[in-house]
Design a protein around this ligand. Structure first.
Ligand SMILES: [Zn+2]
Length: 433
């Protein structure tokens, strides 16, 4: 289902002409209004007039999280402060948070993009949207909220946490659309089971899951356990919040980037060079319609690749593959690059293994040792030790085959790994280097 047919199906040529026009305006604006960007462009020897084609975007300097930190809190805002109507911030894991601002028009654009996202998942007027993304400084809750109102759905602004109450409300209010992190969706499924609530007794039809990387196998798990269709959505506060890219329910294979508002690039995270279509690398976004806090070539650290083939839904926007890891959450184990999502991929393909796991990395002497703790189902855990050992060995072998690095598997009892009520804590890196 399309929310904005005109823009979502623009022929590529018209779309690229629109992108170029908007890119030129953005670069001129940043150069004039933000001293930090002007200085960076001067240092790179590029002026706004040098942007003549879309390819020229590659001549512009990148923006990194470090640039945002240096300009904390409002140094990169491109409008007079009186025009800012909303401020969000991402939970900084180190030091100060990353601060982003929105004008009235930005909020309007955001609602439009989340309306497109919800529509792409098949949501519509009359739906009851159970919004379990966190409300507050985090962009997830309010971002999704405005989009759901825009399409005319009834929104339950339940936010995260208190899972038993969530399930009661889901049953009583007749929630049809679920929004939360994929790990929280699995948590909801587990608690439903504990409460003896059958998935068929709730009206949920579809879920839109994002804010953390997840795998195709996790999708199958969520769909089976909750009896719904699971859609992958993507966004980050530095670029907008949720509503940057979304899967369509027709294709369910890769996320359409809303390219009339964002120009995506895939680069080699080591060299910064652009990669040919289809190759995996780091996602970079330029926001071409934002007013208060536009960014030029923002390095997301998320790993993806473009899917150049057209999609059967009719959207002309490029698709990006689901995020397969983070270039900075990447673990280097004995010289090998390891993304937690790769390990998850192996675990989810094994029968009897639950989608709850934790990766523990330690250094013994001078050697990195990786242990993966993973929950197994009740039936498997009560089986003979020999069967458990065999299962552990099999997973060790499969991880070794995929990553080229060996690890120790520890199978643990169901419900012994701490559950997330937001983003899952997948990695415990205890190495002191
Ligand atoms: Zn599609």
């Amino acid at each position: 289902m399309l929310w904005n047919e005109e823009f979502e199906t623009l022929p590529r040529e018209a779309l690229e002409a629109l992108q170029l026009k908007r890119l030129k305006a953005l670069v001129e604006k940043e150069y004039a209004a933000v001293p930090y960007y002007r200085q960076k462009m001067d240092e790179a020897g590029i002026k706004p007039a040098d942007i003549r084609s879309l390819k020229d975007i590659r001549r512009l300097p990148f923006t990194t999280k470090e640039d945002l930190r240096k300009n904390y809190p409002f140094g990169l805002f491109a409008v007079p402060f009186e025009r800012v109507v909303r401020i969000h911030a991402s939970s900084g894991t180190t030091g100060k948070p990353t601060v982003v601002g929105y004008t009235r028009r930005d909020i309007d654009t955001w609602a439009e993009l989340m309306a497109r996202t919800l529509c792409a998942a098949g949501a519509h007027q009359g739906d009851v949207v159970h919004n379990a993304y966190g409300y507050g400084l985090f962009t997830g809750g309010l971002g999704a909220h405005y989009g759901a109102e825009r399409i005319g759905a009834a929104v339950i602004p339940i936010s995260g946490g208190n899972t038993r109450r969530q399930i009661m409300i889901m049953q009583d209010f007749g929630s049809t659309v679920l929004l939360c992190t994929p790990s929280y969706a699995l948590n909801i499924a587990d608690v439903m089971k504990e409460m003896n609530v059958q998935p068929s007794s709730v009206k949920l039809r579809v879920g839109l899951f994002g804010a953390e990387p997840w795998s195709e196998n996790m999708r199958e798990e969520i769909e089976r356990k909750l009896g719904i269709k699971a859609i992958d959505i993507y966004g980050l506060s530095e670029v907008m919040g949720p509503g940057v890219a979304s899967e369509c329910i027709e294709g369910k294979n890769g996320l359409h980037v809303f390219e009339d508002h964002f120009i995506p690039e895939i680069i080699d995270p080591e060299t910064g060079e652009g990669l040919p279509p289809g190759e995996a690398g780091e996602l970079v976004f330029t926001t071409i319609t934002k007013e208060a806090f536009p960014v030029i070539r923002y390095r997301t650290r998320d790993i993806s690749r473009f899917i150049p083939q057209p999609c059967l839904c009719g959207r002309t926007f490029f698709r990006m593959q689901r995020i397969t890891g983070r270039s900075d959450d990447m673990l280097i184990i004995r010289g090998v690059n390891v993304f937690p999502s790769q390990i998850e991929h192996v675990l989810m393909s094994v029968e009897g293994v639950e989608p709850h796991y934790q990766i523990l990395v330690e250094r013994e002497g001078s050697l990195d040792v990786m242990e993966v703790r993973v929950e197994v189902s009740e039936d498997i855990f009560s089986d003979e030790v020999k069967i458990l050992e065999k299962l552990g060995k099999r997973i060790e072998r499969e991880i070794k085959d995929l990553l080229g690095v060996s690890c120790k598997i520890k199978l643990v009892e169901p419900k012994t790994i701490q559950r997330s009520e937001g983003k899952a804590m997948r990695v415990l890196d205890k190495r002191k280097i």
